[in-house]
Ligand binder design. Structure first.
Ligand code: HEM
Length: 454
């Protein structure tokens, strides 16, 4: 839904309606926000304050939020008023309308109820060994002493992990093709968003190729679902998410094939590049700080997962993979001194809050120690969002990341692979290290505390 003229009139009225914001045309704001939004947000905040109004395609009127109190009110507000599913409408053409990420209210609660058990702690513990094994296989292929893009390697690894979690068995020609398609699928550029929402474009060029890939991916997933259903009990008996979903039902019955497809694609996409990016940033930070890396290597050698997890959490603070989340309000809401009209999308700006000296001491300094004395207040550390839509895979991602770091640091010492620290670059909805987190990995000599062989 786009904003009608009345919305703009309210916006110009200033206080009481929508907050102020830039006057650029909507197309220009959209392009800037999707490509360099992470750099513009601090400037906009400096100019307009903690609430800034933007006009974006396809959302319409958007209000960026950078005050933790406003963010708390939004994330803890009723799910009937703050629609996260509608807020994510931009990805509907890819994830499908029934995705947990696109659903709201009753449909959303149902999807969470069916999906959550697969991510409970007991299930997570069962996956530790699998993550360690796949990481070891990946590390066998790392070149010694030669610079390489750690982000690519992490993407390959986390794709394998999430395929295992979602489908269990991952061998066979069909899953090989699925892998290839998923890799192509996450290669989303800002222009692709246009193709998703303007069907006329889907008949030409890159948009047409993307659509064909998506159709093939869907067909493959439907084949896998059908095969599992045909296998009956045997197909639903495993611990993987698909087995659990096939075996689960509530008062509304089990999940249909179409629902299953949307949830599976959502999990594969939500769980793959996010975790890879968090890991890439962690490796980047460790490569750039020898004392911190030595401390982390000791933690790896002594099984101190709490410290390794703190490294990932601090990485997610300094370099949040997802810089903002969205909720569309279904009725007028009061936030600060404004009355935000129904239909507006409010956006808690995670990246901005994480770097705000009001909430974090010396916010630009990478210091995992801040997470060792207990978590910061929820509304000031938000890499996994919050409220009823808190990331379903957060616990899994932290466990997976700590295991991967442990394996890496036991085998290698890392050094920066290029001059200069890397800046954030927007890659569809995630902020990735601008050069792919280039590092050099030097095999350790057997003593994980000691020197590496150069
Ligand atoms: C470091 C890695 C990850 C990060 C930074 C991350 C971040 C996020 C964020 C910011 C949200 C939006 C929450 C909100 O709107 O309040 C989200 C939602 C979600 N994430 Fe993650 N995520 C990660 C890993 C995973 C993994 C491994 C999975 C599953 C395999 C996963 C599955 C989901 C799902 C299903 C949702 C939708 C929840 C809902 O709408 O109810 N995520 N994640």
């Amino acid at each position: 839904m786009g904003p009608g003229p009345a919305t703009y009139r309210t916006a110009r009225a200033g206080k009481g309606g929508l907050p102020p914001g830039p006057r650029l045309p909507r197309a220009a704001q959209t392009l800037l926000f999707r490509t360099v939004g992470h750099r513009l947000t601090p400037r906009l905040r400096g100019r307009y304050g903690d609430m800034v109004r933007l006009r974006l395609f396809p959302e319409g009127a958007v209000v960026q939020l950078t005050d933790a109190e406003h963010i708390r009110a939004v994330l803890n507000g009723p799910d009937t008023v703050y629609h996260g599913g509608e807020g994510n409408a931009i990805v509907e053409p890819v994830l499908g309308a029934r995705s947990v990420m696109l659903a709201d209210e009753l449909d959303h609660r149902r999807a969470r109820r069916l999906l959550t058990p697969a991510f409970r702690a007991a299930a997570l513990d069962g996956y530790r060994g699998m993550v360690a094994r796949l990481t070891a296989e990946e590390l066998d292929r790392w070149p010694a002493g030669v610079p390489f893009r750690a982000h690519d390697r992490m993407n390959r690894l986390t794709l394998e992990v999430v395929l295992r979690v979602v489908f269990g068995v991952t061998r066979g020609a069909r899953l090989d093709r699925l892998r290839t398609l998923l890799r192509a699928f996450v290669d989303v550029r800002p222009v692709d968003f246009l193709g998703w929402h303007l069907p006329a474009l889907q008949r030409v060029g890159r948009w047409r190729r993307k659509l064909a890939q998506q159709r093939e991916l869907d067909a493959l997933i439907h084949e896998v679902i059908r095969e599992r259903r045909d296998a009956g009990e045997a197909g639903a008996g495993g611990t993987d998410v698909l087995s659990r979903l096939l075996g689960s039902s509530d008062e509304d019955g089990g999940l249909s094939d179409a629902e299953l497809r949307d949830q599976l694609v959502s999990l594969l996409l939500a769980g793959h590049e996010t975790t890879a990016t968090a890991l890439a940033w962690s490796l980047h930070e460790l490569a750039w700080s020898a004392p911190l890396q030595a401390r982390a290597a000791r933690a790896a050698a002594t099984g101190d997962d709490a410290f390794l997890e703190a490294v990932v959490k601090e990485s997610l603070r300094l370099h949040p993979v997802i810089a903002e989340i969205a909720r569309r309000v279904t009725e007028d809401v009061e936030l600060g001194e404004y009355r935000i009209p129904a239909g507006t999308t409010v956006m808690p700006m995670i990246g901005q809050v994480h770097l705000d000296a009001r909430y974090h001491q010396a916010p630009r300094v990478f210091d995992p120690g801040r997470f060792l004395e207990g978590p910061p207040p929820r509304e000031t550390w938000l890499p996994f969002g919050g409220g009823a839509r808190y990331c379903l895979g957060a616990g899994f991602a932290l466990m997976e990341s700590a295991v991967v770091l442990r394996e890496v640091l036991t085998r290698f010492r890392l050094e920066p692979g290029r001059a200069g620290r890397e800046e954030e670059r927007a890659r569809h909805v995630v902020l990735v290290p601008g050069h792919g987190a280039v590092v050099r990995a030097l095999p350790r000599t057997g003593d994980p505390h000691g020197e590496a062989v150069s």
